[in-house]
Design a protein around this ligand. Structure first.
Ligand code: SF4
Ligand code: SF4
Length: 391
């Protein structure tokens, strides 16, 4: 069998360029599984076998198993000695798996939920702003009103009760800084991040088009996101899908807040007594190259005590929660996460901060399993803590 004609980029050609140097042994899931079939170079070997005469049912199974054991952390691509666009290969193999009916039923269920309800939880559309009521926030003046800035809340902060503090904190920050912002309310659809990571670009494209049209109706010029996954979708994927039509500036909450602090629109008043460390989300640092704005904010807290994780910025360890691995293999997530939690423990920090609800959730689980008593917060929650006048 030869399916190479189905591919958008010639991934067989990419696979053939691998020089087998092994630099990509940094792969967090390979480090846990230790099978050559899960090593990025091993996956490329299987790609070669899959798309040529060595194709067998076993090769196909092993390739798809490996591709769904990947967190899409991009550590392999960033270190690759011959600059192979590995993430493109992984995405296309996921698409191939979809075409061949090889997605797991759990994965398909996420896909169906997003298709039907436009959120990853399959919850009713109208409940998208229930978090605001939960947090005692009245957003009625902001919903679908014309404004230059849109706060895109994201599925996690909207529907997962334990992440509602992220949305609450960001709204309070924007209000305090008197930013003229809007929210899309029930017209906010999933940004598509989990769908894109699964390789499902058809549904992802309809989500992107919808969100774009709703933003344009409100005259939005700038979109701000607290979630690394949403940010990556808007920054990297939407321009690819929508081309020149995508003319909205994309900023991460950390970039906007850093600017607001510098312009004295908000003040970081309170000393955070606890020692802080910061975990770079893969989707921010390796996918989008954003690492300094969160650090810049943390260092502006009065009398802050801060220490970097041993692996930071481009070398940051993956939490294990990305690439839909939580659905495909939760045990492996926990194993990958253990290494990161050990690094956090090493810093003796009291608070670990990140900029991604998935990282926050995954690290919270790891910290709980190890009974470490370390607080895990999103950066915007920490900013809110430092900003509010103590009573
Ligand atoms: S993206 Fe991350 S998990 Fe996936 S193969 Fe590359 S290094 Fe491994
Ligand atoms: S770093 Fe690149 S060239 Fe080296 S083994 Fe990995 S994929 Fe192949």
């Amino acid at each position: 069998m030869n399916s190479a004609h189905l591919l958008k980029v010639d991934i067989l050609e990419i696979a053939q360029k691998c020089v087998y140097c092994g630099y990509c042994s940094v792969c967090p899931t390979f480090k846990e599984l230790n099978w050559e079939s899960n090593h990025p170079r091993g996956i490329l070997e299987q790609v070669k076998m899959y798309f040529n005469e060595k194709y067998t049912k076993d090769v196909s199974k092993s390739l798809f198993d490996a591709i769904f054991s990947c967190t899409m952390c991009k550590a392999c691509e960033n270190i690759c000695i011959v600059d192979l666009p590995l993430l493109q290969v992984w995405e296309q193999i996921r698409q191939e798996a979809f075409r061949r009916g090889r997605w797991s039923s759990d994965l398909l269920s996420i896909y169906d939920k997003v298709k039907a309800t436009h959120n990853i939880f399959g919850l009713p559309h109208n409940d998208r702003l229930d978090w605001a009521e939960l947090c005692g926030i009245n957003l009625s003046r902001r919903i679908k009103r014309k404004a230059p800035v849109a706060f895109f809340i994201g599925c996690q902060a909207s529907y997962s009760g334990k992440m509602a503090g992220i949305a609450e904190s960001m709204v309070k920050i924007l209000r305090k800084a008197r930013v003229n912002f809007t929210v899309l309310g029930d017209e906010e659809w999933c940004c598509g991040a989990p769908i894109f990571l699964g390789g499902g670009y058809t549904v992802g494209t309809s989500l992107a088009k919808h969100n774009y049209e709703e933003l344009k109706k409100l005259g939005v010029k700038k979109i701000v996101s607290t979630c690394a996954g949403c940010y990556r979708s808007f920054k990297i994927v939407y321009p690819k899908i929508l081309g020149d039509d995508w003319d909205i500036e994309v900023v991460h909450a950390s970039e906007l807040i850093d600017e607001l602090v510098d312009k004295k629109k908000i003040k970081l008043l309170n000393t955070i007594d606890e020692k802080i460390t910061y975990k770079d989300p893969c989707e921010l640092v390796r996918h989008c190259g954003l690492s300094e704005a969160p650090r810049s904010i943390i260092k502006k807290f009065p009398n802050v005590r801060y220490e970097e994780l041993p692996s930071n910025r481009e070398e940051a360890l993956c939490c294990g929660g990305g690439g839909l691995l939580k659905i495909n293999n939760p045990k492996l997530v926990s194993e990958v996460n253990t290494k990161l939690v050990s690094e956090i423990e090493y810093t003796e920090a009291d608070i670990v901060v990140s900029c991604c609800p998935l990282c926050v959730d995954t690290i919270q689980q790891g910290v709980k399993e190890k009974k470490l008593g370390i607080k895990v917060l999103d950066l915007v929650e920490l900013v809110k803590m430092s900003m509010e006048v103590k009573k």
